[in-house]
Structure formats: structure tokens, C-alpha cells
Design a protein around this ligand. Structure first.
Ligand code: ADP
Ligand code: MG
Length: 305
């Protein structure tokens, strides 16, 4: 029995594989950029951890999430222990699903409208009634396609520009722009359903905020900074929302406006940790994850013995 890691990015998954090796946890990489499976067969035994990413298409892995969702349904139908199951993929690839899930647990989000089609998107932005505003694809990824739009004319120009990539699922989101009071956002990391830490991310370089070590910018100042003793009522709400959807590993992002109000706008179920920021405070998300997955595998072994 081993831990099966469902993913599509060897670079992002490498730190996890290293952590599993260090902990002596047997694992197998299921790289699901492409592949095949037999829904009538019996799946292997073990723990299955899904870290399929919404941005897979930016690496040429257009249908990774579709393949993964079906494999997860097959694993779940066969009663396998799945960490971040089918529901996690559904949320990963849809910000509208994320926002609905957050709202149900009393987590404030920026006002957002989803729209399909040019006219509906313009009408949605008109009814937001505030400028500037944010335009983003429903199926997001590493900040790609997230734009600050100054007015409706600019929105029309962006939508009509042949260089603009249409959202993969046809859905545009228009959203209130929350101007951060200190040019940062905060990401709250959960591992094994438990809150691990909050990390403050400097946004002065723009909207593409990949925390993976492979995405680090060669800049002088620290882009990622772990906030020790982060204590906010949001954490408990996040925890309840994640549990309700069977999501055990996630990073939730919020931005605080000048009045101090926090607005949550993104849930990442494929999470990366910044090793430099972690080293400064002596914590490792990947090690926690390896420990958690190893523990779940151990539970299965004991039950089978
Ligand atoms: N409503 C918003 N107000 C202010 N900044 C935002 C808003 N939405 C997104 N951003 C900025 O853009 C970044 C990427 O947006 P996000 O929704 O997280 O997309 P992705 O899923 O691609 O990461 C955020 O981390 C944040 O810095
Ligand atoms: Mg994000």
C-alpha cells in the first residue's frame, strides 16, 4: 500500500516527493496530464491525494482536471481513501463554486458576477457600478488573465481583443476591486484539515502570485512572509467550509481593504509552499503534508492487518 499523488506538474510536486521520501512514506506519482483508466476495474489500495491544478492548461495539460475528476469518482465509488476528492476539483476549476461555498459559511467575498457572452459580461460590469473593477476567468490559475479594468469602454476593448484568451469554460467574472491597504494579500494554509499558517504575499509586482519555489522572483525584498500567531475568526469559518466539502489541503486567499475588512476571493486545493519563507520561521508545509499522508496510510495498514 502506498500514497498515490494525482497531479500534472513534476516541478511543483517535487518538494512533496522529497518530503515523502524523507519520512519514508511509499508513494507513486500519477501524472494526469494525459492517461487512461478502466472504470470497471478495481483500483489499487492505498491513499489517494489529488493536487490537480486549475492552471494545468497553462502547461499544455488542458484536460488534466477532467481526467482527474473522473478518476476520483472511480476511486470514491470504490470506497478508497481520497484526500481532496472530486469536490476539490470542482472548486479548484470554478471561482463561482468557491464563492458560493464561502458565502454559505459566512465568509465575506468581493461582490462578483459571473457571465457568459460579451453583452452579458458588459451588463454585469455595468451592474457592479464601480470602477475600476477586476475581470478574471472563472477557471483561474496562477493569476493568469486577472486584470484591473478602468471602465466599461476598456472592458469592451479587452473582450473584443483577439489577443484576449476566452475563459476555458466560457465564464467571465467581474468583481469589485479591493484595494489592499498595504500592497499585500494573505493566504491561509490548511493541511490535514488543520490550519497551518498564514502567509503574507507582496502584490506590488502584480497579480501573478505563484508561491511555488520554482516561481520565486529574483528580487531584493521578501515576497512571502509567514505571519506567526495569525488569529482571526476567518480561520474557523474556513475550516468548517473545507470540512463540508471534504477538502483537507487548501490555501485560501483574502485581501484587506483600508477599513480592515477582509474579502476572500480564491481557494487553491493544489497548494505550493514557499520554502524560503518557511525556513525563516522553521515550518514546512510539505513536511506536514507528508506526515499527514503517511499517517493516513498507516491507519489503512492497521485496519487491513
Ligand atoms: N477582487 C480583487 N481585488 C483585489 N485584488 C484582486 C482581486 N481578485 C484578484 N486580485 C489579485 O489578483 C491575484 C490573482 O487573482 P486570483 O483570483 O487569486 O486568481 P488565481 O486563481 O489565478 O490565483 C490575487 O492574488 C490578488 O493579488
Ligand atoms: Mg490566487
Amino acid at each position: 500500500m502506498r500514497v498515490h499523488v494525482l497531479h500534472e506538474n513534476d516541478v511543483w510536486s517535487a518538494p512533496l516527493f522529497e518530503a515523502l521520501k524523507r519520512r519514508g512514506v511509499p508513494f507513486e506519482s500519477w501524472h494526469l496530464a494525459e492517461g487512461r483508466f478502466d472504470p470497471l476495474a478495481e483500483p489499487p489500495h492505498g491513499v489517494f491525494y489529488n493536487r490537480m491544478s486549475a492552471s494545468s492548461h497553462t502547461r499544455g495539460h488542458r484536460f488534466g482536471p477532467e481526467l482527474t475528476r473522473h478518476i476520483l469518482s472511480w476511486l470514491e465509488a470504490n470506497g478508497r481513501r481520497v484526500v481532496n476528492g472530486r469536490r476539490a476539483v470542482e472548486l479548484e476549476v470554478s471561482k463561482l463554486e468557491q464563492l458560493a461555498a464561502l458565502a454559505a459559511y459566512g465568509v465575506p467575498a468581493p461582490r462578483t458576477l459571473g457571465a457568459v457572452g460579451r453583452e452579458a459580461t458588459l451588463a454585469a460590469a455595468r451592474s457592479l457600478g464601480k470602477t475600476p473593477f477586476i475581470l478574471k476567468p472563472n477557471r483561474g490559475g496562477a493569476g493568469k488573465g486577472v486584470q484591473l479594468i478602468e471602465d466599461l469602454d476598456r472592458l469592451a476593448a479587452v473582450l473584443d481583443d483577439p489577443e484576449t484568451e476566452a475563459p476555458l469554460d466560457g465564464l467571465w467574472l467581474v468583481q469589485d476591486y479591493v484595494r489592499p491597504s498595504d500592497a499585500s494579500i494573505t493566504r491561509c494554509e490548511f493541511v490535514g484539515g488543520q490550519f497551518l499558517y498564514a502567509v503574507r504575499v507582496d502584490t506590488s509586482d502584480g497579480f501573478e502570485l505563484c508561491p511555488a519555489d520554482a516561481c520565486a522572483l529574483p528580487s531584493g525584498r521578501e515576497k512571502f512572509e509567514i505571519v506567526e500567531d495569525f488569529d482571526d475568526p476567518l480561520v474557523a469559518r474556513y475550516g468548517r467550509m473545507l470540512a463540508a466539502h471534504g477538502i483537507e489541503v487548501a490555501g485560501l486567499e483574502f485581501v484587506r481593504d483600508a477599513s480592515g475588512q477582509a474579502f476572500t476571493y480564491d481557494i487553491n486545493t493544489n497548494t505550493n509552499y514557499n520554502a524560503a519563507a518557511e525556513a525563516r520561521v522553521g515550518v514546512s508545509g510539505m513536511d506536514r503534508l507528508a506526515l499527514f499522508l503517511g499517517g493516513e496510510l498507516e491507519k489503512l495498514r492497521r485496519a487491513a492487518a
